[in-house]
Design a binder for this molecule. Structure first.
Ligand SMILES: CC(C)(COP(=O)(O)OP(=O)(O)OC[C@H]1O[C@@H](n2cnc3c(N)ncnc32)[C@H](O)[C@@H]1OP(=O)(O)O)[C@@H](O)C(=O)NCCC(=O)NCCS
Length: 419
């Protein structure tokens, strides 16, 4: 048994934010039926193509364990089929541009009329207000949610992150909203509307930077390296490079081989609790008790000097040797792993965090499996569906079409080419 066995999802999502959400629901056991435009499908199927003629990794890595039905939701028969799907499903998930669902004739009121138990979950770029009608992609959300202005180095421009916190981050938030609404429905018997704005999700993930914004009113942020450098703070949370905050200052430091290898670096956290060990490891035992060094607040104006000294030491070791030396004495460090190193990490394959997935068009590829592990609901990662692969199956088994009625729907052209 899987956690969400028996839950049917009408998956009207595309690109990245919505598909990450419904992929999680599929991994937790829901029957996710992806509704795609006949002959076209999710735009990502044919974006960043690496194997000519095959669905791209962009698509396959975001749409595992789903079924695909082709359906033109603007055609009359298509609307009839969609209505039947809304009747049958527990959740409708969508991330169209604002207003697209209303223009199709399926706004929230109409959907509720068709099925009062359904949960309708939407991702939009912005919540209600000035920008609610805007189309939004990942990096716009990172900029509008406060991440970009607080990422990067003080003397450089704002930066977006490699992690897709706007898309996949919002997908995660929406997924939580959906299972929460399903839980409430158990008691209330009613569905509800769940929305997650990409700006809000990014801001939620960047909340410590809003914390720092308010702390500025009480004085400089003394854990930021700019404090130790004597550079005054402005009126907004600044970019802090690779600093980590609080009583546990941290930096990215060079390791042996950094001149050739762009990832020969380690993250090193000078955790207060293990200051003595840090001093021993780097060969500065006097700093354990020296005035100006012994206590965390005294060190704040010397962080650059101390980290320079630690880096002199890390540069004599590989990033893995730094791990081997520091971990046994409880100094928190972490190697900067390249995607190549991660994709070859057998430990991640052993836990199912990385999986090899066979695919009929493109052969085997590596994907990220389910990042959340439930002890009583296992996940077997299955390849993404080909466009319209399950159209007939869904029409017959889920929606109950048969005989002349099925022939009529297929002949209408609303569901693409059906084999
Ligand atoms: C991502 C985004 C910018 C893409 O924009 P887009 O490619 O223009 O796609 P849209 O969502 O506007 O949909 C395009 C059209 O296809 C139509 N369409 C989609 N599926 C269809 C189907 N199965 N049958 C018929 N029409 C369909 C939509 O109704 C819409 O038509 P309309 O413009 O007449 O209303 C936009 O969808 C968006 O802002 N989404 C919300 C935020 C979001 O999730 N962004 C992150 C994406 S990773």
């Amino acid at each position: 048994m899987k956690a969400l066995d028996g839950i049917k999802i009408l998956d009207f999502t595309h690109v990245q934010s919505g598909p990450t959400c419904t992929q999680l629901l599929a991994w937790f056991g829901a029957d996710v039926i992806k509704v795609e435009r006949p002959g076209v499908g999710d735009a990502t199927r044919k974006q960043l193509v690496d194997v000519p003629g095959a669905d791209s990794l962009y698509f396959t890595m975001l749409n595992h364990n789903k079924r695909s039905i082709e359906l033109n939701s603007k055609n009359e028969t298509g609307k009839e089929v969609l209505t039947r799907m809304i009747e049958e499903c527990d959740v409708l998930v969508e991330n169209f541009a604002p207003g697209a669902l209303d223009r199709m004739g399926f706004g929230w009121e109409r959907i509720q009329e068709i099925n009062p138990r359904i949960i309708m979950a939407s991702i939009k770029g912005f919540g209600p207000g000035e920008y609610e009608d805007c189309k939004v992609y990942e990096n716009i959300a990172q900029c509008a949610g406060g991440s970009a202005s607080t990422t990067g180095f003080r003397d450089g421009p704002p930066l977006v992150t490699g992690a897709q916190i706007g898309d996949s981050g919002t997908g995660l938030h929406l997924c939580l909203g959906i299972v929460t609404a399903l839980f409430q429905r158990e008691k209330s018997g009613r569905g509800q509307k769940v929305t997650s704005a990409m700006q809000d999700s990014v801001l939620n993930l960047a909340r410590v930077k809003l914390r720092d914004q308010q702390r500025l009113a009480s004085g400089p942020l003394d854990e930021y390296s700019q404090y130790g450098e004597g550079i005054p703070f402005g009126d907004a949370t600044p970019r802090a490079g690779n600093d980590s905050g609080g009583g546990q200052p941290g930096r990215i430091l060079k390791c042996k081989g950094w001149e050739q290898d762009p990832n020969a670096y380690t993250y090193f956290i000078m955790q207060a609790a293990v200051w003595d060990k840090v001093c021993d490891v780097i060969g500065e035992p006097d700093w354990k008790t020296a005035e100006g060094y012994a206590k965390p607040p005294e060190r704040l104006d010397k962080l650059n000097q101390i980290f320079d000294r630690i880096e002199q030491w890390t540069m004599t070791k590989s990033k893995f040797e730094v791990m081997d030396i520091c971990n046994p004495v409880n100094i928190p460090v972490g190697p900067i792993l390249s995607m190549k190193e991660i994709s070859e990490d057998q430990g991640l394959f052993a836990t199912g965090t990385l999986v090899n997935v066979p695919h009929p068009e493109r052969g085997e590829y590596i994907s990220v499996g389910c990042p959340v592990k439930l002890s009583d609901s296992s996940v077997e990662v299955e390849r993404s569906p080909l466009l319209g692969e399950h159209t007939r199956e869904v029409l017959e088994e889920v929606l109950g079409y048969s005989g002349d009625e099925l022939d009529r729907v297929i002949a209408s052209g609303a569901v693409g080419e059906v084999s």
